[in-house]
Design a protein around this ligand. Structure first.
Ligand code: SAM
Length: 197
């Protein structure tokens, strides 16, 4: 996989940032491809929590993660419920939360992530992160709902408090066909102040 494509970039970022023993969340399980990478990276001492609102996606992910059953907890539930469903002991300790927005590839394309619930989930995700933990979100502006959703996500992220979060974006700038767009939101270890940086 070319490391400069969006998916190649995402994979490299996860491989470089996640270490054995980490707690991570896949907020959109889909067919379980991202979840499989995450489960491998956290190792036997780490844990992956996964969410998808479609049973078909949870079943596909469960099958893909069969070898890593003990280090995975999968919820058939909307990611907007992640704060309520995650065990309290994991709150504030999550190293990485991955969102791959849109619809299930090969599934019903009318069942897709939606701006309102995505923003609720992002808000919950930020609260669950450990210091220096991050959200990796990929949005797809190439379809109608995805375009509205990408704009809503960008607006939400632009307004995040810079003293608490750093927001980066990665995109293919010269492709006119609305390619996917990645956002990385890192939670600062300490509140930013002029003295600390
Ligand atoms: N990460 C996946 C993979 O590796 O195969 C791809 C994810 S797919 C593009 C998007 C998924 O988001 C779909 O499976 C869809 O059911 C799910 N989804 C839509 N709305 C959701 C919600 N509110 N909460 C959780 N998952 C949702």
């Amino acid at each position: 996989m070319n490391s400069y494509t969006i998916l190649g970039f995402n994979k490299q970022l996860l491989e470089k940032s996640i270490t054995k023993g980490d707690l991570v969340i896949d907020a959109t399980l889909g067919n379980g491809n991202d979840a499989l990478l995450l489960a491998e990276l956290v190792g036997a001492d780490g844990h992956l929590f996964g969410f998808d609102k479609q049973e078909q996606a949870v079943a596909a992910s469960k099958a893909k993660l069969a070898a890593y059953n003990e280090r995975c907890t999968l919820f058939c539930a909307g990611h907007e419920q992640m704060q309520a469903l995650l065990p309290a002991v994991a709150h504030g300790k999550i190293k990485a939360i991955v969102f791959n927005l849109g619809y299930l590839p090969g599934g019903d394309e009318t069942i897709t992530t939606l701006p309102e619930t995505t923003l609720q989930a992002l808000d919950a995700a930020l609260a669950l992160l450990a210091p220096e933990g991050f959200v990796l979100l990929t949005a797809y502006p190439g379809h109608a709902t995805g375009s509205v959703e990408t704009d809503a996500v960008a607006k939400f992220l632009q307004e995040l408090d810079f003293s608490e979060y750093m927001v980066f974006t990665y995109q293919l700038l010269n492709n006119k066909n609305h390619p996917p767009q990645t956002y990385i939101i890192e939670k600062r270890k300490n509140r930013f102040s002029k003295q600390s940086e």
